[in-house]
Design a protein around this ligand. Structure first.
Ligand code: DP6
Length: 355
């Protein structure tokens, strides 16, 4: 009996500036349009995977065997999704069938805050599995760090699309675009150009508007793009926005950055509202917060912009040199719109870590 092997990774969540919304038909989890995100340094998942030898007869069965714990509690309801993830990576990593996998994950942000934990969770899980695989390679096959991250990103994508952007500290670009030559539908790549100082030191305050289950999951939402009357225009718009945003990030054009990012957030929700069946994830408090951000910015010209995920929460992105003003604004004017007065702050741009 060989010894059990354990790997742990901490991986941040991310917030998209240009949104992934819609999947290509054919292939597994391929995006219909390119996207780019910032990693949320202080909102992360830490996942430990223990590789346990199967008894020989079990090893022969082509069955995935796993147990999953979240925050120390067994969560069998998550196991089918993780099993599907392992089945999807199995063609590239057949050893997933040879072992029993004990997976223990925890998020450092409170459960039920509507924050997408799947990006951080699948990011961390994919890094652990890519690490096991790297460890089993012969010396001459060894991967460079860059290859390792590409493989981890590809695996993460197979768990949850947006997770593939979480394996980098630099902004993650996912989906083929003429804006970035190395871009791919299969995995994310880091945006390695120099970000202009105007946009290089920003943070995110996530204003928690709703902490309940979403009425329509992201996976169901992507699916509704298949017969969506505006899908092809939206994909073209996202491509145009990618081209423009990558320029803006290098040139530091603040007002264009703000309008592009806010327009992307509203387009995402406009696609939901015009799906068949239509649905609405924003809430009155989402709109109240957005309007206060607009008014405040008009009065003071503070460098800040809102964005949205597939939910009611508002991400307030702001230049950290305005932290005092923005925190005061949140505390005095926005908190009344937050569920249980809750908001979560995060720096941007941390890379995952092996622990
Ligand atoms: C709105 O990555 O959660 O957050 O690939 O089906 O797991 P699946 O969907 P998911 O989609 C989230 C999309 C988004 C925008 C974004 O992060 O780009």
């Amino acid at each position: 009996m060989t010894e059990n092997k354990i790997v742990t990774y901490k991986c941040p969540s991310n917030i998209a500036l240009v949104k992934y919304w819609g999947k290509k038909t054919g292939g597994v989890q391929l995006p219909a349009n390119p996207s780019i995100s910032w990693s949320l340094s202080d909102l992360h998942a830490t996942t430990t995977v223990t590789r346990i030898e199967k008894v020989e007869s079990k090893a022969l069965e082509n069955q995935i065997s796993l147990e999953f714990y979240l925050g120390g509690e067994s969560k069998t309801s998550f196991e089918p999704k993780i099993k599907q993830f392992l089945e999807r990576i199995a063609p590239m990593m057949p050893q997933v069938y040879l072992y029993h996998w004990k997976i223990e994950s925890q998020n450092n942000f409170p459960h039920g805050t509507g924050i997408a934990s799947s990006a951080a969770g699948f990011g961390a899980l994919a890094l652990c599995f890519a690490d096991f695989q790297r460890d089993s390679l012969e010396q001459e096959q060894n991967w460079s760090d860059e290859e390792f991250l590409k493989i981890a990103s590809k695996y993460a994508r197979l768990g949850s699309g947006s997770a593939c952007r979480s394996v980098y500290g630099k902004p993650g670009i996912w989906g083929e675009t003429k804006a970035w030559i190395e871009s791919s539908d299969e995995f994310a790549v880091p945006f390695t150009a120099n970000v202009h100082p105007t946009l290089a030191n920003w943070a995110d305050a996530v204003l928690i508007v709703d902490d309940g289950e979403k009425s329509v999951s992201s996976t169901q939402g992507h699916d509704l793009l298949k017969n969506h009357p505006y899908a092809s225009s939206r994909y073209q718009q996202a491509e145009n926005n990618m081209v423009r945003l990558l320029e803006i990030m290098q040139m530091g054009n603040l007002s264009e950055f703000i309008s592009l990012v806010e327009s992307e957030a509203l387009q995402l929700h406009a696609m939901m509202m015009s799906s068949e069946p239509y649905y609405l994830l924003i809430r009155p408090n989402t709109v109240a917060i957005i309007e206060k951000i607009w008014n405040k910015r008009k009065e003071n010209q503070w460098p800040m912009a809102f964005t949205l995920d597939a939910g009611a929460n508002v991400h307030l992105l702001y230049d950290k040199s305005y932290s005092l003003q923005v925190m005061n604004f949140i505390e005095t004017e926005l908190l009344v719109h937050c569920k249980n007065n809750l908001y979560l702050c995060s720096d941007l741009g941390a890379a995952p870590q092996k622990l």
